[in-house]
Design a protein around this ligand. Structure first.
Ligand SMILES: [Zn+2]
Ligand SMILES: [Zn+2]
Length: 346
């Protein structure tokens, strides 16, 4: 079968034929119906740093945001439609024993350190599968993983009704955060980005008209020029740009909360005395607890057409490199790959 794989610890990925995997006793085999390309996949493909730990697992099939149908193995009936939590936990570390599986210290990521969903078939532990309703399209179901990341960031932002919220980085996570903070009661939501025309168009289509192109200006100046000079109750950083962290504190209100969900290649430098005097809080947000997954599936099922607007490209797996290019040049918001399209073609 065709698979998009990382074979060496250098820039590049390959589309290659690989053997159809076989499930072990506690695993199922999944026919992948839709798999989203994540910013992480682009970092891994371009080998920009931060993923050296996956070298020992290569060659490995990428893809950690996918939905499909169980077609074999134990524990789940064949035909069941599912999404897959990519985090395979050890079950024996103190976090796992305490029931905080999202904090497992010896985790293996599906699509990072074991074969993932950029292939027509993938083998995953049965316990990692979450059932989805038959009425939910595969491409919407495949948004579950990134939307759990967005929902977790929104939860950690502890939004109060009427909150004024700034989201830095209008990618799929930032846009998802907008949808979830709105549901939590935020009424004044601004998205800021840079060279993000396609993503701003998506924000507008989702019902978030307030977008600010920061360009090369300081964030506070760009917001002021855009008529957004009032301080924010909450800022959520989903851009992964370290230089934005002190600038985010500049536009955050006294006692405000900055939630950082972006993955940063560089350390940030902060004026901590200012932070102390302003009583501001910085909080990280990463993997969502398991309970969030069914909540997100319910939300996707309730508003599929709204979430579908996040998907800008639908491609067969054989055109995955074009999909990565659309992410790289920022013309894509969420790019969905469909491995079954290639099966029909051949
Ligand atoms: Zn991802
Ligand atoms: Zn563990």
């Amino acid at each position: 079968m065709l698979a998009l794989r990382k074979t060496e610890a250098v820039p590049g990925v390959v589309l290659t034929e690989t053997a159809v995997p076989r499930p072990a006793g506690d695993e199922v085999i999944v026919a992948v119906e839709a798999a989203g390309i994540c910013g992480t996949d682009l970092h891994i493909a371009d080998w920009t740093g931060g993923y050296e730990a996956m070298t020992s697992a290569m060659p490995v099939t990428l893809g950690h945001e996918f939905a499909g149908r169980v077609v074999g193995g134990a524990g789940i009936r064949s035909g069941q439609r599912i999404v897959v939590r990519p985090s395979v936990v050890c079950g024996t570390c103190p976090s796992c024993l305490g029931g905080r599986f999202e904090r497992c210290t010896s985790r293996t990521g599906i699509g990072i350190r074991r074969d993932g969903g950029f292939a027509s078939r993938v083998v995953v532990p049965a316990v990692n599968c979450i059932a989805v309703p038959d009425g939910l399209d595969a491409e919407i179901a495949a948004l579950t993983e990134p939307m759990t990341v967005a929902a977790e960031a929104a939860d950690r932002a502890m939004i109060r009704p009427g909150a004024r919220v700034l989201i830095l980085g209008p990618g799929p996570i930032g846009l998802g955060v907008a949808l979830f903070v709105e549901a939590s009661g935020a009424t004044d939501i601004v998205l800021a980005g840079r060279d993000d025309a396609a993503r701003f168009a998506c924000a507008h289509a989702l019902g978030f008209p307030a977008t600010i192109d920061v360009g090369d200006r300081p964030l506070a100046e760009a917001l002021r020029t855009g008529g957004q000079d009032r301080a924010f109750d909450v800022v959520i950083e989903a851009a992964g740009v370290a230089a934005l962290i002190p600038q985010a504190l500049d536009v955050l209100d006294q006692d405000g909360l900055l939630v950082v969900v972006g993955i940063h290649a560089r350390p940030a430098s902060l004026d901590l005395t200012r932070l102390v005097r302003a009583g501001q809080t910085i909080r990280g947000s990463y993997r969502a607890p398991i309970a969030t997954w069914s909540r997100v599936v319910d939300r996707l099922s309730a508003e599929p057409e709204r979430f579908r607007r996040l998907i800008t490209h639908r491609l067969p797996l054989s055109e995955a490199l074009d999909g990565l290019a659309a992410m790289r040049d920022r013309s894509g918001v969420k790019v969905m790959l469909d491995p079954q399209m290639d099966m029909v073609a051949t």
